[in-house]
Write a protein that binds this ligand. Structure first.
Ligand SMILES: [Zn+2]
Length: 287
């Protein structure tokens, strides 16, 4: 699989690379990502891989690759709900099932890409899809994009290879709000504010993302101090810069990173929160 020259970050390259099994990709793939454009780029890449005729696939320059990249390839179909509908109809799913058994037009493969599959595939539509996924026609590939794979039926997921691509820029909204509250807590003169804000870390699923966002906000403080623009939160970046030295911000970033690691080690979250708040306070108030 030729991933060089494609605009994926290293972790995405690694994950997409795992899909290559002796020159073939799995016939059914679920790509989960909060970043829709990233998931779509991966789906496009895989469709290029499936239709490319060069040795080093996808080459990115042959006619097949070009058409795949422009999303105009006759054998790569993007499924869209019919007008005014938010979901795929059963008729549409039936048409796709029929179409999948017709030979490709010009490539050696046929690919169906379903964007927002977790929103647009109703339970009935998913059930009608099962048989096709179980016994897919030769050289036919299905790629389902979604924000949250858990919203798809287990019976669908068990028939698919699921990959998760981390979004580099987009964070879960709740996690971002939690992070802002924590930074406001650090800035507050009342100890209670920070403790209260840190309570959101009890939501373990979001804790990792929350702390990642805290780190980015703290970095904004450093950016403002050095005369650069804040990238994540301009207002908080400014407040941090007005209050703390560069050294203190670095200390807090390292502390946050440590807390992130501790969460993956399954530490008691209440203890971790208490420790983290204490350390933030210590760093803020020490001379
Ligand atoms: Zn090519």
């Amino acid at each position: 699989m030729n991933l060089s020259g494609f605009d994926f970050d290293e972790s995405a390259k690694k994950i997409i690379g795992t899909l290559d099994n002796n020159g073939r990709i799995p016939h059914a793939i679920v790509i989960e990502s909060k970043d829709k454009s990233k998931a779509l780029a991966a789906a496009k890449f895989l469709s290029m891989y499936a239709v490319c005729i060069s040795e080093n696939r996808p080459c990115g320059v042959c006619a097949q690759c070009h058409k795949a990249e422009q999303a105009v390839h006759a054998d790569i179909k993007y499924a869209y709900p019919e007008k005014k509908s938010k979901t795929y109809s059963i008729d549409q799913m039936r048409d796709i099932a029929k179409d999948a058994y017709i030979c490709p037009n010009e490539a050696n493969a046929k690919i169906y890409i379903f964007e927002e599959a977790d929103n647009r595939l109703s339970v009935i539509a998913q059930n009608s899809f099962l048989k096709l996924l179980e016994e897919p026609p030769q050289n036919v590939y299905f790629i389902l994009l979604c924000e949250n794979a858990k919203r798809l039926l287990d019976t669908i997921l068990s028939r698919c290879t699921v990959i998760t691509l981390k979004s580099s820029t987009s964070f879960d909204e709740t996690a971002v709000q939690n992070a802002k509250n924590i930074v406001n807590g650090i800035l507050s003169s009342r100890e209670y504010d920070l403790l209260l804000a840190s309570n959101s870390l009890c939501d373990k699923e979001k804790a990792d993302e929350t702390l990642a966002a805290v780190k980015l906000i703290l970095r904004d403080g450093m950016a403002v101090l050095s005369g650069a623009d804040a990238v994540f939160d301009a207002a908080l970046g400014k407040s941090l810069a007005a209050r703390f030295t560069n050294g203190k911000l670095i200390e807090m970033i390292e502390l946050t990173e440590n807390a992130k690691i501790k969460i993956t080690e399954n530490i008691n979250i209440n203890l971790l929160t208490t420790w983290l708040c204490g350390e933030y306070r210590r760093i803020s108030w020490q001379r």
